[in-house]
Design a protein around this ligand. Structure first.
Ligand code: C5P
Length: 309
């Protein structure tokens, strides 16, 4: 496999989306970021990243508009940072096949960056592994370290301190993506304006420490960024209300905005029910995706296969 990799100098790596199963904003930090408490959850919606070793620096190509092709793209930054760190020439072509909605609160750009780190670690034979890549990942973006781990994980500090949870959520997921990109930075700036520190809020800890099957587990969860997101995009309020209604009526056990929005997802116990809801959303003119959650083990296995480990 080693020889095959180096001969071809090409690798296709999966890059999964996440949703936040609850997100608490606890305060403004001295570094300008916000102190968070969240549960990250990988879902089966994915981009594909094709890495090709070739001379001429780092280039990014993507089939979707709205994805920068220059050094501001987190995938390009990941390649540049890793090359500098490992003292190797930054020569790679990055092709992104986009399925994850852009600026939709699903972590697409951060996931792409993590995929580039893991893929190039392999192609450049650096042997750093997810643990060795963590410090670099943190420099690239607050959500990037999570994507080196995957599954159900607790995110603290800027969201970049991630802890694997024993609890691994297994559910069907429907993601509704209003066609309305939202800037994470702009949404967080709104939070600043109306920040109420809630040091006494322990809903997420309560959630992870109780049996998920127990009644009402999911009802503990909410997303503190939702108000800020709807202040940033008041035009979205009605659509989000409509989406939530369809998700809840369709039997969602949890229906929340993901991250800084604008995507709204629902968790379901069975695939048929989830499919009915996806169809109802499409009929209402909202693009929707149906898939499932991925546990940490499933995430690791997909990665091991992709990297030929
Ligand atoms: O780290 P990332 O580039 O994903 O964050 C985008 C922006 O979101 C940051 O520049 C910051 O303004 C805001 N942010 C924040 N607190 C966090 C994470 C992100 O204020 N914990």
């Amino acid at each position: 496999m080693e020889r095959a990799l180096s001969r071809r100098g090409r690798l296709l790596v999966p890059s999964y989306a996440k949703v936040n199963l609850g997100l608490e904003v606890l305060g403004l930090r001295e570094d300008g970021y916000h102190e968070l408490r969240t549960i990250f959850q990988t879902i089966s919606l994915r981009d594909d990243i094709v890495l090709t070793l070739r001379r001429g620096g780092v280039s990014v190509r993507c089939d979707k508009p709205g994805v920068p092709g220059d050094g501001t793209n987190l995938a390009a930054r990941a390649a540049l940072e890793l090359a500098r760190f490992a003292r190797v020439p930054a020569d790679v072509g990055i092709e992104i096949v986009k399925r994850i909605p852009v600026a939709g609160g699903l972590g697409g750009a951060s996931s792409n960056a993590a995929a580039v780190l893991l893929g190039l670690d392999r192609l450049w034979r650096l042997g750093l592994g997810p643990a060795g890549l963590q410090p670099l990942a943190r420099r690239i973006g607050a959500d990037v370290p999570y994507f080196l781990m995957g599954g159900t994980a607790l995110g603290l500090a800027r969201g970049d301190e991630v802890y694997p949870l024993h609890l691994q959520v297994r559910a069907q997921v429907v993601v509704a993506a209003p066609d309305r990109p939202l800037s994470t930075a702009a949404v967080f700036r709104r939070v600043e304006a109306c920040l109420t520190p809630r040091e006494n809020s322990y809903r997420i800890y309560r959630f992870v420490s109780r049996d998920l099957e127990g009644e009402g587990g999911y009802s503990l969860l909410s997303n503190d960024l939702e108000t800020a997101a709807l202040e940033e995009a008041p035009d979205l309020a009605e659509k989000v209300r409509r989406i939530r209604r369809i998700l809840v009526r369709g039997g969602a056990r949890l229906a929340l905005m993901s991250g800084s929005g604008s995507s709204v997802y629902g968790l379901f116990d069975d695939a048929r029910r989830a499919e009915r809801v996806r169809l109802a959303l499409c009929e209402a003119g909202v693009s929707a995706f149906r898939g499932r959650t991925l546990t940490r083990d499933q995430y690791r296995k997909v990665w091991a296969r992709a990297l030929g480990l």
